[in-house]
Write a new protein. Structure first.
Length: 212
């Protein structure tokens, strides 16, 4: 029986380990489709267009918004980020569990448009570890790191929008927590109620046949 996939939003402070966790999740399980976002931010060393992001200029991004090509978008630390519509809708209808790794404003928009989406917030064990991971990554200037830490303080205020908080201390344990949340979401009543109806119909026909 065909099921629609679960839409999962993963958010968390910059440097919490979202990207690392998603990579691990994709390596370990094959039920996931990871949406590739569009952004106006410049690629970091090693980032590839069409793999990590679709890197575009502001004009192209705004044209895509006007064409309704994004299911959500937001401005984060001076750049646009958005989720292309077609990939998400196609994968969900094929029964894939689709992951959006997006920040908090985008997560709120997804909640409005897709009330069944599962919102997960990834946190490091403490602030010192966050600062260490963000600087240790070595991809941002000190100024950008400060902006992102400031943004983390603002994002902490929106935490009540999320269904789950997972602590990324030990990577694989955290990845398994996320996988368990998605599996549980796939067993929710409304995802499977049609199966029960069809079993009930099947049994009715069987019993009717026996009587005749
Ligand atoms: P985000 O995508 O949330 O901004 P990254 O996935 O880029 O974060 O991770 C930031 C840094 O923290 C990277 O250098 C990564 O290797 C490291 N990291 C991620 N998860 C862990 C973990 N569980 N323990 C230690 N370091 C981690
Ligand atoms: P980074 O520049 O570190 O790759 O991403 C910065 C922030 O933008 C992260 O919090 C990331 O989750 C978020 N982000 C990435 N893609 C999207 C998107 O498509 N939409 C929204 N709203 N946020 C995104």
């Amino acid at each position: 029986m065909n099921r629609t996939g679960v839409l999962i939003v993963i958010s968390g402070f910059s440097g919490a380990g979202k990207g690392t966790l998603m990579k691990r999740l994709m390596e370990c399980y094959d039920n996931y489709a990871l949406s590739i976002s569009m952004t106006t931010r410049a690629p970091r060393p090693g980032e590839e267009n069409g793999v990590h992001y679709f890197f575009v200029d502001k004009e192209t991004f705004e044209k895509t918004i006007a064409e309704d090509g994004l299911i959500e978008y937001a401005s984060y630390c001076g750049n646009y980020y958005g989720t292309p519509r077609a990939y998400v809708e196609n994968c969900l209808s094929e029964g894939k569990d689709v992951i959006l790794e997006i920040e908090i404003q985008g997560a709120c928009k997804i909640r409005e448009k897709y009330p069944d989406a599962v919102l997960v917030f990834v946190t490091p064990p403490d602030g010192a570890e966050l600062e260490k991971r963000l600087s240790g990554r070595g991809t941002e200037t000190d100024e950008v790191i400060r902006t992102r830490l400031q943004r983390a303080i603002e994002e902490a205020e929106g935490i009540e929008n999320y269904d789950y908080i997972v602590v990324n201390d030990e990577l694989d344990r955290c990845m398994e927590d996320i996988h368990a949340i998605v599996r549980a979401a796939g067993c929710r009543m409304k995802e499977s109620v049609s199966r029960i109806e069809s079993i009930s119909d099947e049994l009715s026909s069987y019993l009717k046949g026996e009587k005749e």
